[in-house]
Ligand binder design. Structure first.
Ligand code: NAP
Length: 258
């Protein structure tokens, strides 16, 4: 893909999305950066001022289909095409499934499931135009492969994303739109603070990546298409345990999360 590719990043006001927007702009890309916090997006666009690419901030809520349709219209007006979608916006929840306020669970479902669906459904028609194809990167989690107790709805929402990625890979093949699912492990961002239920708590003993590390792999994956990307050995070990020794992993997760 050319250096001046047009890239849409959701959840770009912090963490992985922020770092990915800058990493694409550093490569010369034209980036549409989406989130709800307008002032953060303005600061992001300013941080890219000296980079070869450009960041166009667009305030939008991924849970609203009409917002995502508007975002894609802005991409079309500005650059006439869309090459890459990074469906990254997401939120966590920690606590009992039964005792949690429904609003906490619903925001996770609306953001992590509806938000990804609205982003994909808005982006694909513009990617199809001109027949150049495109690339969709879904930012999921290793916990989607083995959802943890007391984080059930978050884990299950990421299982949904993993299933969606798999199905879409075949569905969009004729359009030359590739789909890559990122199974991300623990990363240092605002994610734990933003989490519903019990914010702030992290597994301090687990190695933590920087958002920039994840962002570099996201940019890399656009030129090295893979179905699934797992960044670290420890995350691969987690996924192996989920397949080979699910009972043991469930017990360990219960001890960590209870
Ligand atoms: N950090 C980790 O350990 C980790 C591990 C595995 C997977 N992940 C995944 O990585 C992705 C990015 O998370 P992060 O770690 O970078 O967390 P983060 O720093 O909290 O960033 C989340 C981003 O999502 C945006 N967002 C949330 N709700 C939104 C909505 N309704 N509409 C538009 N944007 C919305 C937030 O922006 P606004 O609040 O401004 O809207 C923010 O920019 C998530 O999908 C998460 O599940 C993270």
């Amino acid at each position: 893909m050319p250096a001046d590719r047009v890239v849409l990043v959701t959840g770009a006001s912090s963490g992985i999305g922020w770092a990915a927007a800058l990493a694409f702009a550093a490569q010369g890309a034209r980036v549409i950066a989406v989130a709800r916090r307008t002032e953060r997006l303005a600061a992001l666009a300013e941080s890219a001022a000296a980079l070869p690419g450009v960041i166009l901030p667009v305030t939008a809520d991924v849970t609203r289909a009409e917002d995502m349709a508007h975002v894609v219209e802005r991409a079309q007006e500005a650059w006439g095409r869309l090459d890459v979608l990074v469906a990254n916006a997401g939120i966590g929840q920690r606590g009992s499934l039964v005792n949690a306020p429904w609003a906490d669970l619903e925001v996770v479902l609306r953001t992590n499931i509806d938000g990804v669906l609205h982003s994909v459904r808005a982006a694909v028609p513009l990617m199809r135009q001109g027949g150049r194809g495109g690339h969709i990167l879904l930012i999921s989690s290793i916990s989607g492969a083995a959802p943890a107790p007391f984080a059930a709805v978050y884990g299950a929402s990421k299982s949904f994303v993993n299933g969606l990625g798999r199905a879409l890979r075949g569905e969009l093949r004729r359009d030359h739109i590739r789909v890559t699912t990122f199974l991300v492990g623990q990363t240092h961002t605002e994610f734990a603070q933003a989490r519903r239920g019990q914010p702030g708590r992290v597994a301090a003993w687990l190695p933590t990546m920087s958002a920039e590390t994840v962002a570099r792999r996201i940019v890399w994956a656009v030129d090295h298409p893979r179905s699934v990307v797992v960044l670290r050995l420890i995350d691969r070990a987690f996924l192996l345990a989920a397949t080979l020794t699910p009972g043991l992993l469930d017990h360990l997760q219960w001890r960590v999360y209870r």
